[in-house]
Each structure stands twice: as C-alpha cells, then as structure tokens.
Design a protein around this ligand. Structure first.
Ligand SMILES: [Zn+2]
Length: 128
C-alpha cells in the first residue's frame, strides 16, 4: 500500500493508496477487499492514529461493519494485515472485563456491551 499526502482528497481515489490530508487530519482509502467502498479515517478527536516509522501504520484496525463485505484489517507498516473472523468467546469476554473494569457496575455494563458487540468483534481487536 502506498501513502499519498494531499491537500484535498481527490475525487478519483486509487486502489491500494492511503490518501492523507494533514490539513483536514483525515485519511481515505478504498476498502482493501476490493469492494470499492471508501473508508474514511478521521484523526481528530482521538479516533484513528497514523504513525510513521519504517512505513506508515494506522491504529486501531479498520472494521468495515457498515459495508456488505464486513472486512476487518490492520494497516501495519504499509501492509494490510487481515483479521481472522473468529469471534470472541464468552470466557474471553469475562477475562477482558475482569482485567479492565474498575467497579462492578462498570464491569456489568462493559460485559453487556461486549456481548452485544460479540458478532462484530474479531479476535485481533484485542491484541494491539
Ligand atoms: Zn470491502
């Protein structure tokens, strides 16, 4: 995948290119599955982060739940890393909730949220 820094996001966007507009602190790319849906990743309000090391990486993962393809992937070092579609198990949810919750009320709410999201979260969401 290439990155192009652009003042404005062009109308015609190419496959396999991440268009980054520092001015609008947003990037856009075509869904990596080839479905040609446009994926917008705003960087304001601590949504996505774009980092530059050897190459560029986007954080967190891209989960295209609104598209038919439902694709889910990372962009790491300029490469696409596909997420497995394995779903989170109940025991994994408990583990996550126990390790991240501070109070019981919060943890119950968090567990419910995790359960409701279960179908939409794949494993790779958790190791970042
Ligand atoms: Zn797609």
């Amino acid at each position: 995948m290439k990155i192009k820094v652009a003042e404005f996001i062009p109308e015609e966007i190419e496959n396999d290119v991440l268009y980054f507009s520092p001015e609008f602190s947003t990037a856009i790319h075509l869904c990596m599955c080839g479905c040609e849906n446009k994926v917008v990743t705003p960087f304001a309000r601590s949504e996505w982060k774009l980092t530059f090391e050897d190459s560029f990486s986007l954080h967190p993962s891209i989960g295209n739940w609104n598209f038919k393809c439902q694709s889910h992937y990372w962009i790491r070092d300029g490469k696409v890393v596909w997420c497995k579609s394995d779903q989170v198990s109940d025991s994994m949810i408990d583990k996550i909730a126990i390790s991240s919750a501070v109070s019981e009320v919060k943890s119950n709410r968090f567990i419910n949220w995790l359960r409701s999201m279960k179908e939409k979260i794949s494993r790779c969401f958790w190791h970042n």
